[in-house]
Design a protein around this ligand. Sequence first.
Ligand code: IPE
Ligand code: IPE
Ligand code: MG
Length: 251
Amino acid sequence: MFVPATKETPVSSDNQFENLPKHIAIIMDGNGRWAKARGLPRTEGHRQGTENLRQIIRACVEFGVQILTIYAFSTENWRRPPMEVRLLMSILQTVLKRELKELHTNGVQIRHLGKLDQVAPALQREILDACEYTKNNKRLILNVAFNYGGRDEIVNAVREIVRAGVTAEQVSEDLLNSYMYTGGLPDPDMVIRTSGELRISNFLIWQAAYAEYYFTPVYWPDFDKEELRKAIVEYGRRTRRFGMTDEQVDP
Ligand code: IPE
Ligand code: IPE
Ligand code: MG
């Protein structure tokens, strides 16, 4: 679903960083292993992961990050045992119920990336209501990738383009971009994946073509504000060349 963009106003950061990414995307992975390592059920890992998300959203607001995109449920996660799928669905519902007011007060604009039609009607409504309720907030855009898959997103975009009667000559990168679930938003500058996995699992495969990737072995429930700070500092050390030479980028 695409929620139309409103003009974002830049938020002044507290200047802790020389080079702050404007848009951070996170693959929040490792809840299950975090729980297993403690002899706890996976459920507990998801619960702790949710608690952690609250801290990370706060930290992003504090640091002055403008857009945070989180991978909450992939199109492939339907393959998990039904009980876990139900739990993951109910978590989003609970979070929206419990956190919406506070997120709104903190100026967070919620957007949804992904397909809503496979989601239960009650949850669909909660998601749409949360997006509508927060649509004028300007401090942080929080994209929730839920029932999201990068390939599904591209297929969806192509379908919409065909439906709109676009001719072959009119197809361009900009046009495709505008048909993505993130249409209107800048690409992620940095993609973080926790839990030590070195893959992108169908996340933002179009948008993150030039993102800086940051992989950490830390499981998501332990990825706290300090870990985020480390990731941002590391981002600041990278040279983004976009195909050019060092000299062109930093003469
Ligand atoms: C991430 O943790 C949460 C979701 C994918 C929804 P996992 O549940 O994938 O945790 P691991 O990878 O099994 O440890
Ligand atoms: C990616 O994590 C999806 C989310 C974090 C929502 P997974 O744990 O599902 O990824 P794979 O299956 O290990 O690639
Ligand atoms: Mg995982």
